[in-house]
Design a protein around this ligand. Sequence first.
Ligand SMILES: [Zn+2]
Ligand SMILES: [Zn+2]
Length: 168
Amino acid sequence: MKLSVERLFGRDVDVIEFDQRLHLRDELADRYPEGVRIAAAVRPMEHGVYIEGVVEGKEVETCARCLEPFVRDARVDIAEAFSEDVPAADAPFSDVAPLVGREIDVNELVEQLLEVDEPIAAVCEQGCRGICPMCGANRNREQCECRDTRIDERLAGLAKFMQEPGAK
Ligand SMILES: [Zn+2]
Ligand SMILES: [Zn+2]
C-alpha cells in the first residue's frame, strides 16, 4: 500500500488518518497469516511528514524451548519522520526517512518495524519447561523417565575432586 501525502503540502488538509488491515509478503506472510492492522495519523512537518500510530497483529512463533508453535500478540508503535531534504541514498544512515514522490510505502514501513520487533528467543510461556535433551519429550505435556544427567555430571566432578591428592 502506497499512501500519497501530497494533500498535506497544501493548506486544506492538516492530517491524514487511516485504520486498515495489511497483508504482508514473503516470510512475514507466514508469520502473520491474518496480516496486521495499522492505525495511524500523518501530519505535515517542514519539508516532509510525520507518521504516528500503531501496528498490531497475531504472530505465529515457534517456542525457543519446546519448539511448539504459538501465537504472540505483537504491537509496535510507529513514530517516523519522512523528509524531502533527505536523499534516498542517505536512508540507511538517517533517523529521518527520505520522502520520495510525496508517497509513503506503508508496507515497507510496517515490514521494517516488524523485523526490528522480532524477539530473538520467543517462549510460549515464561514457565515453559522445554523438551528433554535425552528423549525429546515435551516436558510441558509429559514426564519422561530420563535422569537429569547434568546433576550426575556435577556429582561426578565432585567425586573426582574428593579423590585428588591434597584436596582435603
Ligand atoms: Zn514452549
Ligand atoms: Zn526424556
